[in-house]
Design a protein around this ligand. Structure first.
Ligand code: ADP
Ligand code: G6P
Length: 474
């Protein structure tokens, strides 16, 4: 059977070195969550950045490389200048905010960041070539590596190459702001199959390719440089069985009971996100404040828990954002806290998945209110974990998941009043309404899991490629 080479900026584990101690920990984020299953099933290789190994001793480094090898992970090393330019500067300082429509956060002037992005993409292409065997399928992922498909195509013209974008593809009017728009489109079009989460993102891509490159717009297949590039919408998902297993686990259930007991009869409203400015955390906090202001009799009956995973702390916008969130939480807790309790319990840390599932089980209401999110897997994890069909999901219209999870309480995260009212509505939802909605949500998440996502993409990759018919041919 042909091997699957997965290529992404981040490996499924990240190496942390802290004052001589080295730890190899599971990476957070939707991409890694979705790809763990296919990687384990196909038994191929996963190429990516393992984190900063520069401060490791020779012995520690060898030990880490052995562990990576056992996991089928091939490290692509980055220097600290590359981390600062390619990763912090261009990937997370330009492409991430632009593709999430946050144009005011763009840093477009640092040309050396773009140069570094191009160089690191070349390095990834070379790392693939070094491991490639004829017949392998190469599956490249996300906005950090948009140039790799074309770079690999130049080196191995007949390689079978897939590319999947895990974040939104923005409307052409926004995408065209990017000075390197042409290179990014040409880079992605080096693949045989280019995948998006939703048909809307695919449409934006096709329209951008028509505007910027003058290609004939076609939603299914683009004819490009003598090849056919297939375009598809493949909504990413989670390993449902794993969440059901954790939700049934006695220790996880005991931890959920403990969380509930500590809330002393209060209902629990939960948020779980990387501490990213796309996730809508400040507006969610303002909606909570509005809710507390409007519903004095409910103040002592609700506990809000926000788990925020540290992320991209060297990017300026993230450090500033953390300060904003801390201040908001402090202000709201200062206004509405009592000697017994505070309304918002804010946890800024990473947590093992079992702990996250215990929180999902303890929560009466889950709030997933990003300003913009390619898909969002946290909402699917909540639904998968609610094996008794209870609980209510409040979901942003601007998450890719909203196209699928239509039985959630859908909200516009910019409309603070509407979000405050929806919190109230979710808290008083009857058990029968919860059941009807949750059963429908669970059916969809169970049938459209990560296994189906990768299977559909790889099936299309298997069949894709070929030359477009010559103009005028019958
Ligand atoms: P993104 O990919 O932008 O981070 P997603 O919602 O798609 O957003 O995926 C986030 C993933 O990170 C989920 O699988 C979630 O379970 C995981 N995660 C969230 N919070 C934590 C945490 N505190 N510790 C570890 N993993 C977390
Ligand atoms: C999102 C991106 C991924 C990224 C993840 C975590 O899910 O789509 O590509 O890996 O966030 O971000 P990080 O910068 O820590 O890899």
């Amino acid at each position: 059977m042909s091997r699957l080479l997965i290529v992404s900026n981040r490996l499924p584990v990240t190496v942390h070195a802290d004052q001589g101690d080295v730890s190899v920990v599971p990476s957070a984020g939707g991409l890694v969550t979705a790809l763990r299953g296919p990687h384990e099933r196909h038994g191929g290789l996963w190429l990516g950045w393992p984190g900063d190994l520069a401060r490791l001793t020779e012995e520690q480094r060898r030990d880490v490389e052995d562990r990576l090898e056992q996991l089928g992970a091939v490290p692509v090393h980055l220097t600290s200048a590359e981390v600062s330019r390619y990763y912090d500067g261009f990937s997370n300082g330009v492409l991430w905010p632009l593709f999430h429509y946050l144009v005011e956060k763009l840093h477009l002037d640092a040309r050396h960041n773009w140069e570094s992005y191009r160089e690191v993409n070349e390095r990834f292409a070379e790392a693939i070539v070094a491991r490639y065997r004829p017949g392998d399928r190469v599956w490249i992922h996300d906005y950090q590596l948009t140039l790799v498909p074309a770079m690999l195509r130049r080196r191995i013209p007949d390689a079978r190459i897939g590319f999947f974008l895990h974040i939104p593809f923005p409307a052409a009017e926004v995408f065209r702001i990017l000075p390197w728009r042409e290179q990014v489109l040409r880079g992605m079009l080096g693949a045989d199959v280019v995948g998006f989460h939703t048909t809307a993102y695919r449409y934006h891509f096709v329209y951008s390719a028509a505007r910027v490159l003058g290609l004939d717009p076609d939603l299914e297949t683009l004819a490009y440089e003598g090849r056919r590039v297939r375009l598809g919408a493949y909504p990413v998902s989670i390993d449902v069985d794993e969440f059901v297993r954790l939700a049934r686990d006695e220790e996880v259930r005991a931890e959920a009971r403990r969380i509930r007991e500590s809330a002393r009869g209060r209902k629990i409203v939960l948020g779980v996100d990387r501490l990213d400015y796309t996730k809508g955390i400040p507006r969610r906090m303002l909606a909570i404040e509005r809710f507390l202001e409007r519903e004095p009799e409910l103040r002592s009956k609700v506990r809000f828990i926000q788990l925020a995973v540290p992320t991209r702390e060297n990017v300026d916008a993230y450090a500033e954002f953390r300060r904003v969130v801390n201040e908001l939480v402090g202000r709201i807790n200062g206004s509405y806290g009592t000697l017994d309790d505070v309304p918002i319990h804010f946890l800024h840390r990473s947590m093992p998945m079992a702990g996250v599932v215990a929180l999902y089980l303890a929560a009466d209401v889950m709030m997933v209110t990003p300003l913009r999110d390619g898909m969002n897997l946290v909402c699917k994890e909540y639904v998968a974990s609610r094996i008794d069909d209870t609980g209510a999901l409040v979901l942003s219209e601007f998450a890719g998941a909203a196209a699928e999870l239509i039985e959630a309480l859908l909200v516009n995260p910019h409309d603070i009043d509407a979000v405050a009212s929806t919190i109230q509505r979710a808290l008083v939802m009857s058990p029968s309404e919860q059941r009807v909605r949750m059963q429908a949500l669970r059916r969809r998440v169970v049938t459209h899991d990560a296994h189906r996502w990768s299977h559909r993409f790889l099936n299309d990759l298997e069949r894709a490629g070929g030359v477009p018919p010559a103009v005028g041919a019958a």
